[in-house]
Design a protein around this ligand. Structure first.
Ligand code: 4GW
Ligand code: MN
Length: 332
């Protein structure tokens, strides 16, 4: 059969067969490669984000500290590129829970809180609002953007206001274990008497994070209003302490939030046994926790500002601002 001269029909057949096999082999390797390294094959879109090369000799902010001695970033306006961060977190399809308490008369703050969060909090990402309240019927319906949900959690209203704020730790811990851990990757736990005025995005996310209290970021250790009684579990001596963290803003991956809230709740219970209540309640225990277990990221006071503290030059934007409270209307 194959006795004709070169190039015989027979040898062309063999060449074609060889090419076919080689092609099949190549595509098999390509498919296998993609399957094994999805994060190498996928970030194609990332290459299309245009941004300036980071310059080692040009820090983005020179007026403020943007990294702690334990190498946690401190997030200030101008130090990060939101597009790069968004692309990274979209790649992971991150899900974020925002916990907020609206107990008794504090339900009045929910509307502005949620409506402003829809404009500025984690826009474009998957968000669950977890609203803890004793007044379920007083929480109105909100139209939320795609991928965003509200979960209303009915909880008891403690009689003393100090317990209303302190027991948040216990409730966040319990719902984290039984529910949030299945629903979201990160939690941000914040006060409700607040309004979002500028973007708060994935730049806040880290294993465990806290925020600098707007009233103390330029103060000395001695001036921090830590709990100073050695009998208290929240005790911090005058020679210790890094920053004064705000009680109204902390978070992290759900497992870390469980550790943090569990620690604070147990410290509070132990103090209660001794008839002690830390000076600034949950905030005092949170400060003790962050002294012992350093946060992996710290948010500048842009993230929890209050106009009571004016408008210093270092605060270039007020992302989340305290709402003026008419104390007689909300307190008891
Ligand atoms: C005094 O009468 C009160 S009531 C002090 C706090 C109260 C309270 C606080 C309340 O009645 N209902 C309530 O839901 N809270 C929650 O605790 C709410 O989420 C609030 O943002 C958080 C901390 O209380 P706060 O915002 O009044 O604390 P500061 O003044 O430090 O921002
Ligand atoms: Mn507050």
């Amino acid at each position: 059969m194959c006795s004709q001269k070169w190039p015989s029909v027979c040898s062309i057949k063999w060449i074609l067969l060889f090419c076919l096999c080689f092609g099949l082999l190549l595509s098999w390797f390509a498919i296998k490669g993609n399957r094994c390294h999805p994060n190498i094959a996928m970030p194609y879109t990332l290459h299309r984000i245009l941004y300036d090369k980071p310059d080692i000799f040009k820090p983005r902010r020179i007026d403020v500290l943007s990294i702690t001695p334990w190498l946690a970033p401190i997030v200030w306006n101008g130090t990060f590129n939101r597009d790069i961060l968004n692309a990274q977190f979209h790649q992971r399809e991150v899900r974020i829970g925002l916990t907020v308490f609206a107990i008794k008369k504090y339900v009045i703050f929910i509307k502005k809180f949620i409506e402003s969060a829809e404009k500025f909090f984690m826009v474009g990402h998957k968000v669950n609002y977890y609203v803890f309240t004793d007044r379920v019927n007083e929480i109105s319906n909100f139209t939320l953007a795609e991928g965003r949900h509200m979960v209303i959690l009915e909880v008891p209203a403690y009689e003393r206001w100090q317990d209303v704020t302190m027991r948040r730790m216990e409730m966040i811990r319990d719902f984290s274990i039984k529910q949030f851990v299945n629903d979201v990757d990160y939690l941000a736990c914040v006060d409700v008497d607040m309004e979002f005025l500028d973007d708060v995005g994935v730049e806040i996310l880290s294993k465990v994070f806290g925020a600098l209290h707007p009233g103390f970021f330029s103060h000395t250790r001695r001036e921090f209003t830590y709990e100073r009684r050695p009998q208290s579990k929240a005790y911090i001596p005058f020679e210790a302490g890094d920053f004064y963290y705000a009680g109204g803003y902390f978070g992290g991956v759900v497992e870390e939030v469980v550790k943090l809230t569990n620690y604070c709740h147990h410290a509070m219970l132990a103090d209660k046994q001794q008839n002690i209540e830390a000076l600034w309640h949950d905030e005092s225990y949170l400060n003790k926790y962050f002294l012992l277990y350093k946060p992996t990221k710290i948010l500048s006071p842009e993230y929890i500002w209050n106009n009571y503290y004016g408008s210093p030059a270092s605060i270039q934007t007020k992302r989340f601002l305290g709402v003026n409270k008419k104390y007689e209307e909300v307190r008891f």
